[in-house]
Structure formats: C-alpha cells, structure tokens
Design a protein around this ligand. Structure first.
Ligand code: NAP
Length: 280
C-alpha cells in the first residue's frame, strides 16, 4: 500500500467511514498489538473490535504504539447482547473505553439483536451513550430488514451502519437495500469468507486478468459497491494485499459473474443463538 490516507471513505448519514478497515476477531496478545500498529503504519485508518473479542487492550496498545493521531483513526467497538439492559450498556461502553484507553470510540454497535430485551430500551441507552460523548456515532450489527426498520424508527440519533456477514457467496441484497434506504453504511464482516475466497476459481481467474489475487477481487467486488470491508489477517504481508483494491476496477460483466456466486446457504457465521427466527 502507498501513503497514509490512500484508502477512500464512504459517507453514511454524513459520516465518513474508511472503505477498508482491519478486523481483529481472534487476534490475540502480541499478534494483535503488532497487526493493529502495522496496519496503521501502512495507512489503514479503520480498526474493528468488540468487547466479545477480548482484545480491546491489545487494540488500544497497537493504536497508541502506531503514533497515528487519534483523530485520524476510525475505531469501532461493539456491545455484547448480554449487556443490552440500559445500565449495563453504559457500563459496557465505559469498560470498553477503559480497555482501549480512549475517551470515545468513533462507532459503537449493538453486536447482535437480543430478543429478550426491548429494542427501544437498548436504543435509548445507546443514544444516551452517544449524547454523553462516549461514542461519536452509533449503529447496529446482524440486524435483519425488519430490525433495521424498527431500529431506525426507535432511534433518536442517526444509525450510521449495519455490520453484517457479506461476501460474494451470500445474497444480502434485501438487507443492503434496507440500509441504503436509511443512508446507513453496510460494513461487511467475513468479507473474504474467512479466507475461502482465495480458493475460488472464478475470483482467481478474474484476478489473474488484473494482476490481482482472488482475495483482492473478492474485496474489490464489495468496495466497488460502496460496501465497507474489514478483512482480518494475522500476517503482515496480507495487510497491503487486502488494502490494495483501489488501483483497478471490475467491469460490469465481471461484477455480474461474481454476483452469480451467491447461494442460499452461503452463510459462514452461525446465527442460531441470536433468536433470528423471531426477527425475520
Ligand atoms: N459483527 C459481527 O458479528 C462479526 C462477526 C464476524 C466477524 N466480524 C468482524 O469482521 C472481521 C473479519 O471477518 P472474519 O475475521 O470472520 O473473516 P475474514 O476477514 O473474511 O477472513 C479472515 C481469514 O482470512 C485469512 N486471510 C486474510 N487475508 C487473506 C488473503 N489476502 N488471502 C487469503 N487469506 C486471507 C486470514 O488468515 P491469516 O490470518 O492467515 O491471514 C483469516 O483466516 C472480524 O475480524 C471481525 O472484526 C464481525
């Protein structure tokens, strides 16, 4: 990757979000510190973590070690659903900030829906956390079309994103359309399908035509639709590869071919414990 700031942003409710960020789920200890620090040195300006990842301390350490100014980095964390009761949510947000050693995060998300606690109560608490200055912006994750509509109706503050599983092997067009309707960014998690994109023959063939890897074609397919991607890697050489998706474009025919990879059971992340059936 070239100079800092080379990664473009997308706007959602007038908020700019860098189109490529570093995912950190499963990055632990020194590896996590090193990857966050190195990503920022290479020009990444967006880091994704969560209280559930149990690595906010290491993410904070990497952020501080990088020397990049706080105002230049977009930091997201997420509240786990067991902390959705209003008082718990505020405490969870404060605990995350203490671990990250930050005064505020750029984006605080509800990690998964929790059908046990009224969404109105949880969103009320999330909005208050924003008003109190603990989070510059707020949003949701793993919300279905129905839940996106309900959340937008209930929230007194703009919801700037829905972070969802999104890659060429899964059709997310309905929930993407719902987000667009409300000017919410779509942030794609598992954007390279947990690494399996690298073995896909179509992505590899298209990549070869552009001098790019299958993983880069996979990420380009998303960012070319203004979908934010947060690929995770524990390997420094892949940081540049995953951010190197802005110096080529896919033709309309290539985009159509890649969209054809989507299938119904393309989901990787297990939704079964989230009570999803109640929300569809
Ligand atoms: N909101 C949610 O509920 C939720 C759920 C899941 C994930 N997330 C977020 O989204 C982030 C990304 O999703 P993910 O971690 O599930 O999956 P992912 O980013 O699609 O894939 C990560 C895997 O791909 C490999 N990889 C990375 N770059 C590669 C490349 N250029 N070529 C080939 N393989 C490559 C990595 O291995 P190496 O380490 O060996 O490179 C790792 O095994 C997470 O880290 C987390 O921050 C959010």
């Amino acid at each position: 990757m070239s100079a800092a700031g080379a990664i473009p942003s997308v706007a959602a409710n007038a908020v700019k979000i860098p189109l490529v960020g570093l995912g950190t789920w499963d990055l632990r200890g020194r590896t996590c510190v090193r990857m966050v620090e190195q990503a920022l040195r290479l020009g990444y300006r967006h880091i994704d973590t969560a209280e559930m990842y149990d690595n906010e301390r290491e993410v904070g350490e990497g952020l501080h070690a990088s020397g990049v100014k706080r105002g230049e980095v977009f930091v997201t964390t997420k509240v786990w659903p067991s902390h959705f009761a209003p008082r718990e949510l505020e405490r969870a947000a404060r605990d995350s900030l203490a671990r990250l050693r930050l005064r505020e995060v750029d984006l605080l998300l509800l990690h998964w829906p929790n059908p046990q606690i009224p969404l109105a109560d949880t969103l009320g608490a999330l909005c208050k956390v924003k008003r109190d200055g603990l989070a510059r912006h707020i949003g949701v994750s793993n919300f279905t079309v129905k839940l996106v509509e309900e959340a937008v109706r209930l929230s007194t503050e703009p919801l700037i994103c829905n972070q969802i599983e999104c890659h060429p092997f899964l059709d997310q067009s309905k929930v993407i359309a719902a987000c667009r309707k409300h000017d919410m960014a779509v942030v794609a998690y598992s954007p390279i399908a947990r690494g399996s994109a690298r073995n896909d023959k179509l992505l590899a063939r298209i990549g070869a035509a552009h001098g790019k890897t299958a993983a880069q074609v996979c990420l380009r397919f998303l960012v070319q639709q203004d979908i934010v991607v947060i690929p995770r890697t524990s390997k420094e050489q892949r940081l540049s590869e995953n951010a190197g998706v802005f110096d080529f474009s896919l033709s309309a025919a290539e985009m159509r071919e890649i969209a054809g990879l989507a299938h119904r059971d393309g989901r990787i992340v297990d939704w079964s414990y989230s009570g999803r059936a109640q929300w569809d």
